[in-house]
Design a protein around this ligand. Structure first.
Ligand code: IVH
Length: 686
């Protein structure tokens, strides 16, 4: 008899399909469609049938599955260059200081470009052979979601650039947004059918871009405007200026805003800001300010970057809407690094479309500046993504006998005397202060760090309270039996959690470093440190001088790193984590680590032949594309510059290298390396 006609065969297929569906909902969508008991019953039934009919067992049967599968949805991709953010200001004085700083660093007065700051979602578009190859969201700045299929539905983004565009692989950055009329239309439909409306076009655009169904994305009519073309291609020769590049990409068919100005002197930029302040309501899309950028790329390079943002650009934001409310209380929260943050509890109030009932007060100085009293009527402002801020107090409305808000002298959680550095107050009882321990764990498991799922603050709190764990390394020794002591955690939840913990062992070193939560060391600094020192052993013995030699690591961060490593508890923590299988060695994207480097015992100097060297890469290469080559140079310790100056150590010249570049290096007496030579150096055969 055909198996298809056998009722047991049919039942097996049905059970497998059901179990797959339940697993999918459970592991990927956090949905329990069936009780644990019923799930186990169905699984057992399938197992029994499989024992009876081994010939009908499917290779991917749910009985063989250990647990969850990788979250489908979007693949992530690493950005070729981090997608940084912009420093921003609401004040004309600070804008003036930005200009003064630029003038001072450069030694002359630069010209600027000014553009509208579109309130949307940043996107990185990659073209090769003029075709849109892929598109990635900003994500955490280092890695984003590959949303190509959705971006392909956006009419204003060309799938193929005009024939005048070059065929090189290049990246263009811009903003995806939803126009006001498209947004209004969608909300009108929602209102008519009695549904809740969407809060604002920006969140809606961001949500739309993350939809799994591209057809739905197409219907939502997103738009885009591009604002950046980086890179040092031959065809960009003589185009090391922002306004020229914008004109160029517009000519290739990319959407670029017509409302841009520059190159202009600073005074013209001020006029532009003033003009758009009053006219912004007439635009077909939301803006939250103006971006001011130095036009010339050589000057940009001279001005450089902080760890988070370029020093050559700033966002001027238009003042936010201001509302009044009552200060009900001030609570002093203890963060994971021991810093005490005063948080204002407010009478709930609507600001810029959201209800606000908490606002950070930053520090003691801020409380004193405002001379806050409980019961005060305060002015609250919120602009874009900025956390609501108390800007002022209506003194005339202060109730009689109101209590003045004072900063505590001891930790509100553990009673330890607080110490102050640089306007902040700290509880230095890192080892035993409960919110610090919990905060460190929460940070460690968070998405941007070890990305351990199904381990929220409540479960972590219970694990700590019941003394099942004391620190992050204890997570890797957790057992089913221990987890069984946690209330409301069924067997499947326990398995799911243990799988996620196990899976986190694959997290790359730079994220492990970030997860350790060294004060002042964020994601970008962690990546920089991982690249420079290659492994934890090297980093743990780095001197203050070596740390300070790194462009993005300042004095304060260097000291924080040194302090962290001098604590024997921290030293033993990372060694324990390493022995539990966490990665303590940087694996560059281009060359996977050898087994020696896996153990963190490789001599970093040996693998970093270009340490402290500055290079420019130009021309075409036979064995790898230029971006990959640059990445490999950076992984070998080198710094890539965009233009030739006396600071340069080598020009790496492929075929068709620009003659003027070659001439310039000759004049300056700088060595040129061929493709063969640089590859030899990178392979360690120098
Ligand atoms: S230039 C290094 N220009 O604003 C960053 N950004 O933090 C260079 N944005 O999310 C960005 N309009 O996506 C630039 N005309 C414009 C912009 C713009 C909107 C967004 C950008 C980023 C944020 C800056």
């Amino acid at each position: 008899m055909d198996p298809e006609k056998n009722p047991d065969w049919l039942r097996m297929r049905e059970l497998a399909a059901l179990l797959r569906q339940y697993n999918h909902a459970y592991y990927l969508q956090d949905l329990s469609l069936i009780s644990d008991q019923d799930f186990d019953r169905l699984l057992k039934e399938l197992e029994q049938l499989e024992n009876r009919y081994p010939q009908w067992v499917e290779s991917d049967s749910p009985t063989k599955r250990v647990g969850g599968e990788v979250m489908s949805g979007f693949e992530t991709r690493e950005h070729l260059r981090p997608m940084l953010s912009l420093g921003n200001t609401y004040s004309k004085e600070e804008l003036q200081s930005f200009h003064d700083r630029c003038c001072k660093s450069l030694g002359f007065i630069p010209q600027y470009c000014a553009e509208l700051k579109i309130d949307g979602v940043a996107i990185s578009l990659h073209y090769r052979n003029r075709k849109l190859e892929y598109a990635v969201t900003r994500g955490d700045g280092l890695r984003g979601d590959d949303v190509t299929a959705n971006v392909q539905t956006i009419e204003s983004i060309p799938l193929l650039l005009k024939p005048t565009a070059p065929s090189e692989a290049m990246e263009i950055r811009g903003e995806i947004y939803m126009g006001r009329s498209a947004f209004e239309q969608i909300n009108r439909g929602k209102r008519d059918s009695g549904e809740e409306t969407y809060a604002n076009p920006r969140n809606f655009a961001s949500g739309t871009l993350k939809l799994l169904d591209s057809k739905q994305v197409r219907q939502r009519k997103l738009s885009a405007l591009c604002y950046q073309l980086d890179g040092d291609f031959e065809f960009l020769h003589g185009k090391a200026r922002h306004h020229l590049r914008m004109a160029l990409i517009a000519a290739w068919g990319l959407p670029v805003s017509d409302h841009r100005v520059g190159p202009s002197p600073f005074e013209k930029v001020l006029d532009y800001i003033h003009r758009w302040h009053s006219s912004r309501a007439d635009l077909p899309f939301d803006i939250d300010g103006v971006v001011v950028k130095v036009d010339d790329f050589g000057q940009r390079e001279e001005l450089g970057y902080t760890a988070k943002s370029p020093r050559w650009a700033i966002a001027y934001k238009y003042p936010a809407q201001s509302v009044q409310t009552i200060l009900q209380n001030v609570q002093f929260q203890v963060g994971r690094t021991g810093v005490i943050t005063p948080v204002a509890h407010l009478q709930p109030v609507e600001v810029a479309g959201t209800t606000v009932q908490r606002a950070s007060l930053h520090n003691d100085a801020e409380i004193r500046r405002l001379d806050l009293h409980i019961g005060d009527t305060v002015y609250l402002e919120k602009g874009g993504d900025i956390i609501p801020k108390i800007t002022n107090v209506a003194l005339a409305l202060r109730p009689a006998g109101a209590t003045k808000v004072g900063f505590p002298v001891t930790c509100p959680e553990c009673g330890t005397s607080l110490v102050g550095h640089e306007a902040l107050h700290y509880c230095e009882n890192h080892r035993d202060c409960p919110p610090q321990i919990l905060g460190r764990l929460e940070h460690f498991v968070s998405r941007k760090a070890m990305n351990i799922e199904h381990l929220g603050p409540e479960t972590l709190g219970s694990l700590l309270q019941q003394h099942i764990i004391q620190d992050v390394a204890d997570l890797y020794a957790l057992t089913q039996g221990q987890l069984a002591q946690i209330e409301r955690m069924g067997e499947r939840s326990r398995t799911r959690l243990l799988l996620s913990i196990e899976d986190s062992k694959k997290t790359p070193f730079e994220k492990v470093l970030f997860a350790l939560g060294i004060r002042g060391i964020g994601e970008v600094a962690s990546l920089t440190l991982a690249r420079k020192f290659q492994n934890m052993a090297n980093l743990s013995t780095a001197s203050r001088e070596e740390l300070m030699n790194i462009h993005e690591i300042g004095e304060k961060s260097a000291d924080q790193i040194l302090t962290w490593f001098t604590d024997p508890q921290n030293q033993s923590l990372w060694v324990r984590l390493a022995s539990q299988g966490l990665s303590m060695t940087y694996a560059s994207r281009t060359s996977p680590p050898s087994s020696a480097s896996e153990q963190g015992i490789q001599d970093a100097k040996e693998s970093r032949p270009l340490e402290n060297k500055k290079l420019v890469v130009t021309g075409r290469f036979e064995h790898c594309d230029r971006e990959t080559l640059k990445q490999r140079i950076e992984d070998a310790g080198g710094t890539i510059l965009n233009s030739i100056s006396s600071k340069l150590d080598f020009l790496v010249a492929g075929t068709e290298a620009g003659p003027s570049k070659l001439r310039k290096v000759e004049e300056l007496g700088i060595a040129t390396l061929s493709e063969e030579e640089i590859l030899k150096i990178l392979q360690g055969n120098s």
